[in-house]
Design a protein around this ligand. Structure first.
Ligand SMILES: [Zn+2]
Length: 233
């Protein structure tokens, strides 16, 4: 393995985009479905009711994730397209101004004026729009946003996460529903947090503590609400 290749592989940043989205989706599925189930189980509801509520929570959560992701990725992609269209127009109408603008950016990054103009000229000969997109607009890969794909992926990862507490409802004895769902959810959160940190090149311990703490907090809160309503109704 060459030194350069090793160096590139040490940087996990490029993998973090989709991985982070997948881990977040599964986390959401576990926390929201798990705490809803714990709350309903704590109110003293029967196993069938708990299961029904859990399935409804999975479906509702997955739809909400998909819709949210679709809207957010679409609007990001719209903004990028509009920016690129304006930049294309400006490059055609006032190339000299655009050359100055690009050179100015390189000067502020530390190049002297002559070198900055030279860099701007050479980059604009090979790919003017690409150079302006990267260095002026901060768009590194043109039009990579895919709203439908993003929506489907987050609905899928949410559902996978939500399946863990649901499975635990199916398998656990009725008397211990809330406790076993809470334990299963926390265990899955810890494993997921650890794997996510490892894959991203970070230390797993901190990530595991963080994710299980907030998961436990959410479930304790809904358990409290469930107990309160269970005794008052
Ligand atoms: Zn420009």
């Amino acid at each position: 393995m060459t030194r350069l290749k090793r160096h590139i592989e040490r940087h996990a940043v490029s993998r973090i985009g989709w991985l982070r989205a997948a881990v977040l989706g599964a986390n959401d599925g576990i926390v929201s479905t798990g705490s809803l189930i714990v709350g309903i189980a704590a109110s003293g509801a029967a196993k069938e009711q708990v299961l029904l509520a859990g399935v409804a929570a999975l479906a509702a959560g997955a739809m909400s994730m998909a819709a949210g992701e679709y809207v957010s990725v679409s609007s990001q992609s719209d903004t990028e397209k509009a920016d690129l269209a304006r930049e294309t127009r400006e490059l055609a109408e006032q190339p000299e101004l655009e050359r100055e603008e690009l050179a100015g950016i390189y000067e502020r990054r530390g190049l002297d004026r002559r070198l900055a103009l030279k860099v701007a000229d050479q980059l604009m000969v090979s790919d003017a729009l690409g150079a302006h997109a990267r260095d002026e607009l901060g768009i590194s890969e043109i039009s990579t946003a895919r709203p439908l794909q993003a929506a489907f992926a987050s609905a899928a990862t949410f559902s996978i996460g939500a399946a863990a507490p649901l499975l635990s409802v199916l398998l656990a004895p009725s008397a211990m529903l809330a406790a076993s769902v809470a334990l299963t959810s926390l265990l899955c959160l810890a494993v997921l947090g650890g794997l996510g940190a490892l894959a991203g090149g970070a230390k797993p311990a901190r990530s595991i503590v963080r994710v299980t703490f907030w998961g436990a907090f959410a479930m304790a809160l809904t358990a409290g609400v469930g107990l309160l309503f269970g005794t008052s109704i």
